[in-house]
Design a protein. Structure first.
Length: 78
């Protein structure tokens, strides 16, 4: 999980707040369940198309991914 911060910082995410949020019991529980589910289902990659907050990424690429994630972060963490 630590490697993700490198990719999220350039899009303007408040990294320190996100790290604090990830330590909240509710978030920890969801992450543990997601990891458990992924392992049980032998998930090896993301589906096609890629979804961010239930919205499909219309075109796959680094710029498009960053844009969608940035927009969702801004919309949900004002």
């Amino acid at each position: 999980m630590k490697r993700i911060w490198v990719f999220l910082q350039p899009i303007g995410l408040d990294i320190e707040k996100a790290k604090r949020d990830m330590e909240r019991p509710g978030i920890v529980s969801v992450l543990k369940q997601d990891i458990s589910d992924a392992m049980a289902l032998k998930v090896e990659k993301t589906p096609t198309p890629l979804y961010v907050n239930s919205k499909p990424l219309p075109v796959f690429g680094e710029v498009q991914s960053r844009t969608v994630v940035r927009d969702e972060v801004n919309a949900n963490y004002p």
